[in-house]
Design a protein around this ligand. Structure first.
Ligand SMILES: NC(=O)c1ccc[n+]([C@@H]2O[C@H](COP(=O)([O-])OP(=O)(O)OC[C@H]3O[C@@H](n4cnc5c(N)ncnc54)[C@H](O)[C@@H]3O)[C@@H](O)[C@H]2O)c1
Length: 360
């Protein structure tokens, strides 16, 4: 029997309470020994539900637990870097929810602490952990797409602003709107599928048009975060942009919490010299399509691929962390990829303000 990884979770809100604690407590190699939330009753309830011995209001007390192996950060974005750096400096491994951090300075602090510590730093990249993503990744790696030189990705919603008036829509706490909230998910997936080229320049625009709208949300994805009547709304609700990479490839992006479209859609499309791949949550029942050619004729394939039997999405990513700590896997995520991601996002915000291209 392998040693159990002792985990402490900081931030017992929507994603911490549900997705993370459910995944950790059903992994046989994990023991959750501590929970922490500035709202103590949230941590108390989780402790009672899962039989977790330690309850804290201050993350520093959780990090100070000697037997703790891993700190899992599920707080609002602003606190990711501060808590990750403190945990790494204390010799703990870190799992952190996305986005990595709210700006370049904060993400670089995380990377430096990681390099000094020799510990694991993993940031949630749940979309890499699906059967479709694994299939496309291998398809590209096997050379079946040829050179992937262009991509589009996005996550657009008709009405889906999370926690309106609360931390999600307060730039100081969130770092921004859908670009930083949803952009990390689909830009990361797309860049990873493209083989992790490095970004070299960015141009983008942002719009904030739905702060006054009271129309009901039409997606469960807007249920994250606590809404606050008469709270702050100083973030964008649509961001568009264009990213160039060091290998000459380019990527077009769009991310929205609200715009007048038919329905929510999360997607990527990859264009390679031998084939293209298209996956949209809101198109063709979420089935993956591969567009190629054989013997002078174009082909459209909906590939049949086996599920791996492993858990997918968030639970898959958390299981992967455990496998890494048990020496059974190499981390799929490198902190440099998080630095590049936050650089792209910050540069799109800068470009939206200045109207100019930003060279990275
Ligand atoms: N990967 C995904 O699919 C996904 C989905 C939703 C949210 N998230 C991310 O998870 C994080 C949390 O989002 P959420 O929707 O659960 O938010 P939430 O507001 O529901 O929960 C955050 C919790 O953190 C607590 N908290 C705030 N500051 C704290 C601090 N300094 N120390 C300890 N606890 C603190 C709050 O009291 C709250 O209970 C965000 O970074 C968000 O981007 C990721």
């Amino acid at each position: 029997m392998d040693k159990k990884i002792k985990v402490g979770v900081v931030g017992i809100g929507g994603i911490g309470r549900g997705t993370h604690l459910d995944a950790w407590t059903t992994n046989p190699n994990v023991e959750v020994i501590a929970v922490c939330d500035i709202l103590r009753d949230r941590a108390e309830r989780a402790s009672q539900k899962h039989g977790i011995p330690h309850v804290f209001e201050d993350y520093k007390d959780l990090i100070a637990l000697e037997e703790l192996d891993l700190v899992d950060i599920c707080t609002p974005n602003k606190f990711h870097s501060e808590i990750a750096v403190a945990a790494l400096n204390a010799g703990k491994n870190v799992m952190c929810e996305k986005p990595d951090a709210i700006n370049n300075e904060e993400v670089l602090k995380m990377q430096q602490a990681y390099e000094k510590s020799g510990k694991l730093l993993m940031v949630m990249r749940n979309n890499r952990f699906t059967a479709e993503s694994a299939f496309v990744k291998k398809y590209v790696q096997d050379g079946k797409m040829g050179e992937v030189y262009y991509a589009k990705c996005g996550w657009v919603r008709r009405r889906g602003i999370p926690g309106k008036g609360g931390w999600f829509t307060t730039k100081e706490l969130s770092g921004g709107g859908p670009l930083i909230d949803l952009g990390v998910h689909m830009m990361d997936l797309t860049i990873w599928l493209m083989g992790n080229p490095r970004p070299v320049s960015v141009v983008g625009s942002t719009y904030s048009k739905f702060g006054e709208s009271s129309t009901k949300a039409d997606t469960v994805n807007a249920t994250f975060g606590d809404a606050k009547a008469d709270g702050i709304y100083d973030v964008e609700d649509l961001a568009t942009g264009y990213v160039k990479f060091d290998n000459g490839a380019t990527m077009v992006i769009e991310f929205s919490w609200a715009e007048n479209i038919e329905t929510e859609d999360r997607y990527y499309e990859l264009m390679g010299t031998k084939a293209g791949a298209k996956w949209h949550s809101g198109y063709n029942n979420g089935k993956l399509s591969i567009f190629g050619e054989e013997q002078g004729i174009t082909t459209n394939i909906e590939p049949n691929f086996k599920k791996s039997g492993k858990r997918e999405q968030h639970a898959g990513n958390l299981d992967h962390v455990v496998d890494c700590l048990l020496g059974k896997a190499e981390p799929i995520f490198k902190p440099q990829q998080g630095v590049d991601m936050i650089k792209i996002i910050s540069a799109i915000y800068e470009s939206a303000e200045t109207g100019k291209e930003v060279i990275l």
